[in-house]
Design a protein around this ligand. Structure first.
Ligand SMILES: [Zn+2]
Length: 63
């Protein structure tokens, strides 16, 4: 019955799962972690894509 609801950690009222903040006290619920992880992975991939040619050039220059 309360599967699609979450409890506000600040005032313990039940709010809808999709809502970003508590309607009673205005507590902001943290966003889904998956989006943060996705951004982190995109950043890591971009760094790798930038580093591989740089390392290849460095190895080529050292030869
Ligand atoms: Zn609240």
């Amino acid at each position: 019955m309360s599967s699609d609801r979450k409890e506000c950690p600040n005032c313990a009222v039940e709010v809808e799962e999709g809502s970003g903040n508590c309607p009673i006290c205005g507590y902001e619920f943290p966003k889904a972690k998956s989006r943060h992880h996705l951004f982190t992975w995109v950043a890591i991939i971009l760094i790798i894509l930038f580093l591989i040619p740089a390392i290849a050039l460095l190895i080529h220059a050292l030869k």
